[in-house]
Design a protein around this ligand. Structure first.
Ligand SMILES: [Zn+2]
Length: 133
């Protein structure tokens, strides 16, 4: 199946229609079976297609996500592999509450969620600030 953007030659309306193939469209149109849904005119043609040029400034979605995450972590402290421990202590009121992020094993993360500690996976991997490349 293919979809065509069609335009009514009488009223100028544009609409979409599905056909088995391009030849099927030609055949149906030739037989007057392709009609404008607004004025029922059979005088329709393929609408000129707009070239799909990416909008300027739309940006790379991954870059947007990275920027969002950076914003999210601006007030958050990296605690590395102490994350599970720290998050649990904060949850239990044992230490001063603060925004933290770090690494946790799948097991630790599951255990935190099971215990009702509000944690969320980050969309992108974080480079620890003290990591030396
Ligand atoms: Zn029409």
């Amino acid at each position: 199946m293919i979809v065509f953007d069609l335009q009514c030659r009488d009223g100028g309306e544009t609409f979409e229609a599905w056909f088995r193939s391009s030849a099927d469209f030609d055949e149906q149109r030739g037989a007057g079976l392709v009609q404008c849904p607004v004025c029922q005119s059979a005088n329709v043609a393929k609408a000129p297609m707009a070239p799909s040029v990416p909008r300027k400034g739309a940006g790379n979605p991954l870059a947007k996500l990275a920027a969002m995450q950076a914003e999210l972590l601006k007030s958050s402290r990296w605690v590395g592999n102490q994350f599970a421990d720290t998050a649990r202590k904060i949850h239990n009121g044992e230490i001063e509450p603060e925004q933290v992020h770090g690494s946790a094993t799948m097991e630790q993360a599951k255990s935190l969620v099971d215990d009702g500690v509000p944690v969320a996976p980050l969309p992108l991997p974080v480079t620890p600030p003290n990591q030396v490349n």
